[in-house]
Design a protein around this ligand. Structure first.
Ligand code: PEP
Length: 259
């Protein structure tokens, strides 16, 4: 049984004051989430304030990226130990916006994944194809390349501590989500690859999230797919009630699976 996981990616949105309001509303609206794990990833500037508000409670803190070195002359960068100091336990790695806008390569993403693991935090490795790649029948080739490169050199134990997010680029921020069947097809494929890279047992424990225009209205159908172990939510996570609605749906599925 894989506990559903819902992660809110706030991207480059919100002042510290706004982040305080949003995180307080999420914390108060989800006092004792059962059957689901919840993470929010504010911008770096708001991490300390949000960490204080979450106060080590059930809603956990994540970062949207990190540098792979622990310290050094890397102007503008934030290291994993700096995140850990703020009680940040999760780091998104390889988000398509960073691959595209910053030019992050698979090799760099692999270094980041290793750095996150080496400091005891959980990497959420994001993979996904563009609309063109899907049209050309390259979906599996693309996600396979990203997965193999992102996890290169990791031990089975390290793979077991990693979370994957399948995020088709054409679905991110567009309002057009993958259908549950499309998500399940790719996520099943990714799980097969995980088996090959680690073991069948480990692959069965790794959570694979779906991300791309998830909202309360489509969450039920996506989360009902056995291969979809939760959601990485961008736009809809900026509204406390919308995000809480998605978490509640995931919790219902998680709790039902346990009964
Ligand atoms: C994301 O940022 O990872 C994402 C999936 O965004 P959205 O939910 O807005 O599509």
């Amino acid at each position: 049984m894989r506990t559903p996981l819902v992660i809110g990616n706030w991207k480059m949105h919100g002042t510290v004051a706004e982040a305080r309001v949003l995180s307080t509303a999420i914390r108060d609206g989800l006092k004792r989430p059962r059957g689901v794990q919840v993470v929010v990833c504010p911008p770096f500037t708001a991490l300390a304030a949000v960490s204080e508000i979450l106060g080590g409670g059930p809603i956990q803190l994540g970062a949207q990226t990190c540098h792979h070195e622990p310290a050094g002359a890397h102007t503008g960068e934030i290291s994993v130990p700096m995140l850990a100091e703020l009680i940040c336990r999760w780091v998104l790695v390889g988000h398509s916006e960073r691959r595209k806008e910053i030019g992050e390569s698979d090799e760099l993403i692999n270094l980041k994944t290793r750095a996150v693991l080496s400091h005891g935090l959980t990497p959420v490795l994001c993979v996904g194809e563009t609309a063109d790649e899907r049209r050309q029948g390259l979906t599996f080739t693309t996600v396979e390349g990203q997965l193999r490169a992102g996890l290169a050199g990791l031990t089975g134990d390290q793979i077991a501590k990693t979370v994957l997010a399948y995020e088709p680029v054409w679905a991110i921020g567009t309002g057009v989500n993958a259908t549950p069947a499309q998500a399940a097809e790719v996520q099943g494929y990714l799980r097969g690859l995980l088996s090959e890279l680690s073991s069948k047992e480990i692959a069965q424990t790794v959570r694979i999230l779906y991300g791309g225009s998830v909202k309360a209205e489509n969450a039920d159908a996506l989360l009902a797919e056995p291969e979809v172990d939760g959601a990485l939510v961008g736009g809809a996570s900026l509204n406390a009630q919308g995000f809480i609605g998605i978490v509640r749906k995931a919790a219902r599925i998680g709790t039902a699976a346990k009964e």
